[in-house]
Ligand binder design. Structure first.
Ligand code: ZN
Length: 224
C-alpha cells in the first residue's frame, strides 16, 4: 500500500518524456569526456590508494539480484528519502518523507535506479553500482516506467529482464575511486558514466594491441 501510494506521487509520472529526452541528449555529450588517459584494470583499481576517476573496460558478469534495483529519491538531491517521524507526536506521517541530503521534509519522490553488478576483466572482478543516468542510458527506460511495467505484469517481486539482459555485455565504465588505505578498500565502486559505443571500445582494443606490440618490441631488444 505504502509503495503504491508513494509511486503515485512520483514526479516522473508528470515529466517522463521531457526528462528522458534531456537525459539522452546529455549522454552523447558526456560520453566524449571519458578519461581515456586514466585507464585502469580491475586489479589496478583494487590495489591503488589514491582518489581518482578512471576508465575501466569490463564485462558485467552478474547483476546482484538480491539487492534492490530502485529506490525512492528526493526530487531535489536524489538521495534516498526516509519515512518522516514527527518529533512532537513521535508518529510516522504517511504523506511526508524526510531527506537527509537536503535536511528537509519532501512531499514527492522520484523513483531512481540503483543497480548493483559484478564486473570482470582479464585481471579480476569487483562490484559496481550504477545510478539513474547510467542505467537509463543503457536500457532507455526510467526506473518509474520499469517498475510500473513490473507491477502491471504482476512481476514486481522479480528482477526485471531488461536489467538481466545487461549480463555478459562489455562496457567502458568511468568509475569514481575514493582514497583508500590498507585498512579500507571499498567493496563497491560508483559508476559515473558508461558507454557501449563501439568506436570507444575499439579504441581500448587498439590501445591494448599497441601496448602488447610495444612490449614485444622492447623484449626483443632486451633479448638481443
Ligand atoms: Zn534532498
Amino acid at each position: 500500500m505504502m509503495r503504491k501510494f508513494l509511486m503515485s506521487k512520483d514526479v516522473m509520472s508528470t515529466t517522463s518524456s521531457g526528462s528522458l529526452l534531456t537525459l539522452s541528449n546529455c549522454t552523447q555529450v558526456s560520453s566524449d569526456h571519458i578519461p581515456f588517459d586514466n585507464r585502469k584494470t580491475i586489479s589496478q583499481l583494487l590495489t591503488s590508494y589514491e582518489e581518482t576517476r578512471c576508465c575501466i573496460y569490463a564485462t558485467i558478469c552478474a547483476l546482484k539480484i538480491e539487492a534492490h534495483w530502485w529506490y525512492l529519491g528526493c526530487p531535489g538531491c536524489a538521495k534516498k528519502v526516509n519515512p518522516y517521524l514527527n518529533p512532537e507526536t513521535e508518529e510516522l506521517e504517511m504523506d511526508k518523507l524526510s531527506c537527509d541530503g537536503c535536511e528537509t521534509i519532501v512531499c514527492s519522490t522520484k523513483t531512481r535506479y540503483q543497480v548493483h553488478c559484478k564486473v570482470l576483466d582479464h585481471t579480476g572482478t569487483t562490484s559496481f553500482v550504477m545510478f539513474d543516468r547510467e542505467v537509463i542510458q543503457l536500457i532507455h527506460k526510467s526506473a518509474y516506467e520499469l517498475l510500473e511495467q513490473q507491477v502491471q505484469f504482476n512481476s514486481e517481486n522479480e528482477f526485471p529482464r531488461e536489467l538481466l539482459a545487461l549480463e555478459g555485455r562489455e562496457f567502458v565504465f568511468i568509475v569514481n575511486k575514493p582514497e583508500t588505505s590498507k585498512n579500507y578498500t571499498p567493496s563497491t565502486f560508483k559508476v559515473v558514466n558508461v558507454t557501449d559505443d563501439h568506436a570507444k571500445i575499439l579504441r581500448f582494443h587498439s590501445d591494448d594491441a599497441n601496448e602488447v606490440k610495444m612490449r614485444k618490441t622492447l623484449n626483443y631488444h632486451v633479448l638481443k
